[in-house]
Every structure is written in structure tokens, then in C-alpha cells.
Ligand binder design. Sequence first.
Ligand code: PRP
Ligand code: URA
Length: 209
Amino acid sequence: MGNVTITNHPLIQHKLTLLRDKNTGSKDFRTLVGEIAMLMCYEATRDLPLQEVEIETPVALAKTKVISGKKLAFVPILRAGLGMVEGVLTLVPSAKIGHIGLYRDPKTLKPVSYYCKLPNDIEEREVIVLDPMLATGGSACDAITQIKTYNPKSIKFMGIVAAPEGLDMLTKTHPDVDVYCAALDEKLNDHGYIVPGLGDAGDRIFGTL
Ligand code: PRP
Ligand code: URA
């Protein structure tokens, strides 16, 4: 099974509390999603391999490290995953961005796919899928199944809030995928919303409540 990391750094927990608060408006919500994504990206890229290079400082020659040519692609699941893109690009500005369009049918809670556009050189890239909410897990699993057909080097999933049901489905369906979440909540309610969660992430980011 892939590794599951709950990135519960104090800064992330603090920002997540503000994010969950129903009185937080869209502008602050967007800022917080971006900041949390940036902090989580620091953890999700911890295993990037390094290679040694020699450079000249103003004082001396130095053997030092750079990231060894690994190419990343971030793939947000529309719409809410878009809120995480700016934050992760702050840390990895050279990454390419793909997009997967999925929405959850409100009756069946099953994902409906409407868009997929990935970088042409995806086979040479490590992919990190972005979506703040892992509820039933259907959207994340479907997105990853689609991405796998393009043969990327590897896939990780980075979410913000997960329900046990979604985490279980994702780790069972895609045991090769490492998962990063900021919080593992209690459960799903009868409408498939995460409890306590933060409500509808896409609506809160884009003000479509
Ligand atoms: C939300 C969220 C995930 C999905 C999670 O998207 O951003 O993509 O639900 O639910 P699941 O784990 O049960 O599949 P939504 O379907 O509301 O679409 P939107 O982002 O366009 O609003
Ligand atoms: N999608 C959301 O945006 N929020 C939830 O709680 C569940 C699915």
C-alpha cells in the first residue's frame, strides 16, 4: 500500500481551523487553501532526489546539491483543486499543470468526467494530483485511473481534508499512490459531505454558494 501522511504541522492546523470556520469568506478561504497547499507541497516533495554540483561562492569552490532533473506535473481536479495550484507553484515554479474535470453527481455521489488535458511529456513526469476534499474517494480514484492511462513516472495525491471512507477507497484502489492530507476527519454524512469538514470547497473558493 502507498504511504499515507497526515501533514499536521502547527501552521497547517492553524490555517485549517480558519478554513473550516463557516464565517471565513471566499477571499480568505482562497488565500488559506493556497497557503496550506504550499506548506503541504514542502512535505510531498521531501523525497525528490538530489545530485551534486560544483559551484563557486564568492569565497570558495563548493560541492553542493540541486534537484536531479526530476520533472513534476501538478494535476488539479476541477474545480476546487484549482485553489491549490498557485501555492504549489510558489515552491516548484517550473512544474507543468494538467487539468482533470470531474463533478460529483449529487444523487449517486459518483464522479462524472468532463475534461482531461495533461502535459504532452507526462510520461517523463512525477504527477501530484490536487483536490482539497477526499470524501467518498470516487473523484480522486477516477482522476488517478485516467492519469495512469498516460503512463506518468509516478502519482501522488495531495488533499486537505479526508474522510476515512475516501482514504480507504483511494488506498485500496491505487495502492501504489502516496497520499498526503492535512486532516483525517470523522465520517461522511448522508449527503456525502465530510464531517466536520469545511463544506463545499469549490463553492467556497469561487463564491458560488
Ligand atoms: C468536490 C471535491 C472533490 C469531490 C470529492 O468536487 O472538490 O473533487 O467533491 O468528493 P468524492 O471524494 O466523494 O468524489 P465537486 O464534485 O463538488 O465539484 P466542484 O469542485 O466542481 O464543485
Ligand atoms: N466535496 C466537498 O467540497 N466537500 C465535502 O465535504 C465533500 C465533497
